[in-house]
Write a protein that binds this ligand. Structure first.
Ligand code: N01
Length: 554
């Protein structure tokens, strides 16, 4: 499609960054340092991305705050004080705002501006980006910092339009908050968001109904106020801590037990599991080196957690309903919460199984199940997740070379080279995109690695007079195969019913999207590719050269 645009109305920059979450904020800092003119376009009314929109009660990170933070400024990491082991959403949002102010980044960030479409202009070798404010931007580089869990998914349920109460999605929570005191509240979903929210809402609501389709494993976060000695130790060794995280499997400082669960005695295994339970949250997934590859080892950990649930929840039937079955632990993202299972001992909380009797429809007053039972609620909370990893990109649906749309290129599942770039979409960088460690890592580490790589690539292009970069189809196919093979060695390949596979979105291709080969290995790979002169990529220095070489591509 050709756009008729008044040339004067187009605003030109070297780079447009889409999104002002943790990735966009880091990008503008780095691009400015490199002397690249940049404008960040952000749909929301403030910076923060995920942490701006996910304001639901109890929202908290499950990576330790000292790890889940930028490493790009030593002054910043030394001076910022985290109040808790795991930071809550308000504190993380304050941090991101602090970074924006501290480095004077706001003058390059335009809020309340959603990029609705993007098109690569082959003649100019520039991206045109169109916004819901009617503005048009032109940039050499399109840096898509659109987030991996940023498109809230409200399942299509009959009758929602007739519902007389208020309803909300955790990922799009009203900025002014929601008063649930004294109300009958329904929560649909029992994933990470729900398991954080439920204990808090239970304290406010007159009655809370939790509609559970699949029980997941929830670890106690073991959150607590920051211990001064821990903070001091981290700050003393921050460079080493960061180095460790960047070279580690998951981009943080959680220590992994490198023994197989099968090499250990039953007593030693149990002690390790107890230790992991005490450490809290995601530490459980580092209990044995083969917890995600050996079904028997995985089952030992799963049963350990089921026993904890049984020991916590007084009502036997409720306890059994909360015990995950036919689900390898960790293959749906492990949840981390505070007092989650304990909450089901409250008299004002009811667990409603909607696996065996599905939700039939929403009524004017609440939820009707297919067996005819109805639950009246004054407020309904959808904790039903996101169109993960590809949702935000597919919404913009950039048009690349030869008029090809991204949705068409990704119709059978996302294809990228290194999770960073897409064949046929030159000069477009997808930050923490599908095919990179992304959601399998401390996101801040992965974001910084991608931004560092992208900015270095732009500097390389400038230094060598190069006009465009894109991966070859061959490199992209090889990488995508490698991503699939890496997942194939794990239990993820056998547990396809998760958002990691896109299975939560009707019609979405069921393909494992993140790269499980490890953050450190991945970083080595992308660094080696850059150092080798960008193996697997093609550059153009002039349109004539570009057209000739592209015509030969299959
Ligand atoms: O979403 P989810 P989330 N009827 O997709 C249920 C990150 N995160 O927002 O499993 C009934 O995990 C669905 O049931 P089922 C983290 O990476 C991190 O909780 O499909 N139920 C499931 O129980 C996380 O994984 C943090 O059967 C329906 C739930 O809704 C990711 O974000 C905190 C349904 C969705 O769970 C997403 O988490 C929060 C239907 N029609 C989020 N449709 C931390 O850092 C869906 N469900 C701690």
């Amino acid at each position: 499609m050709q756009d008729e645009i008044e040339v004067d109305a187009v605003r030109c920059f070297d780079a447009i960054v889409v999104g002002a979450g943790l990735a966009g904020v880091c990008a503008v800092y780095r691009l400015r340092q490199a002397g690249v003119s940049v404008r960040v376009l952000e749909a929301g009314g403030g910076v923060g991305g995920t942490w701006y929109h996910n304001r639901y009660p109890g929202a908290r990170c499950d990576i330790e705050s000292l790890d889940y933070s930028y490493s790009f400024s030593d002054e910043l990491q030394q001076e910022w004080k985290w109040s808790e082991r795991y930071a809550g959403q308000p504190e993380i949002l304050r941090y991101i705002n602090h970074v924006a102010d501290r480095f004077d980044l706001r003058r390059d960030i335009q809020l309340n501006t959603r990029v609705v479409r993007a098109r690569f202009d082959e003649a100019q070798e520039r991206w045109m980006l169109f916004t819901d404010t009617g503005e048009v931007f032109s940039a050499k580089y399109a840096i898509m910092a659109t987030g991996v869990l940023s498109v809230a998914q409200v399942p299509s349920m009959k009758g929602l339009e007739d519902y007389r109460g208020e309803w909300f999605h955790t990922g799009d929570w009203p900025e002014q908050g929601v008063d649930l005191a004294g109300k009958r509240v329904g929560v649909i979903g029992t994933g990470s968001s729900a398991t954080q929210l439920i204990p808090i809402v239970a304290e406010q609501a007159e009655h809370l109904y939790v509609f559970q389709r699949t029980a997941n494993y929830t670890m106690p976060a073991q959150n607590h106020p920051m211990k001064p000695e821990v903070e001091q130790e981290w700050k003393k060794h921050y460079p080493d801590r960061r180095k460790f995280a960047w070279a580690s499997g998951f981009g943080h400082n959680q220590v992994t037990n490198h023994m197989s669960g099968k090499e250990m005695s039953a007593e030693a295994r149990l002690a390790e599991l107890e230790n992991r339970w005490r450490l809290g949250g995601l530490y459980m997934m580092r209990a044995f080196k083969d917890i995600l590859t050996d079904p028997e080892v995985n089952e030992i950990a799963a049963e350990f957690v089921r026993e904890k649930i049984r020991a916590t929840v007084q009502d036997r039937q409720t306890a059994e309903a909360l015990c995950p079955r036919d689900l390898y632990i960790g293959t749906k993202r492990l949840c981390s919460g505070t007092n989650y299972y304990e909450t089901f001992n409250r008299r004002n909380v009811t667990l409603v199984d909607v696996k065996n009797r599905a939700i039939e429809r929403i009524t004017a007053d609440g939820i009707l199940l297919e067996d005819g039972s109805e639950y009246e609620v004054d407020a309904l909370i959808f904790a039903t997740g996101f169109d993960a990893m590809t949702g935000a990109m597919n919404r913009i649906n950039p048009i690349g070379r030869k008029g090809r749309a991204l949705r068409e290129a990704w119709a059978a599942g996302p294809q990228t080279y290194l999770g960073l770039c897409v064949a046929g979409f030159p000069n477009m960088f997808v930050i923490t995109g599908p095919g990179s460690p992304s959601v399998f890592s401390n996101m801040v580490t992965s974001i910084e690695q991608h931004i560092e790589w992208t900015v270095a690539c732009i500097e390389h292009m400038r230094a060598h007079g190069l006009s465009s970069i894109e991966p070859t189809v061959q490199a992209q196919e090889d990488w995508t195969r490698h991503v699939t093979e890496a997942a194939g060695k794990t239990l993820y390949a056998q547990s396809r019913n998760s958002w990691f596979h896109g299975a939560n979105i009707p019609g979405k291709p069921v393909v494992f999207m993140p790269y499980v080969g490890g953050v450190g290995n991945y970083y080595q790979t992308i660094t080696r590719v850059a150092q080798s002169g960008y193996e697997g990529f093609r550059f153009s220095s002039a349109p004539a050269v570009r057209n000739a070489s592209y015509a030969g591509e299959t």
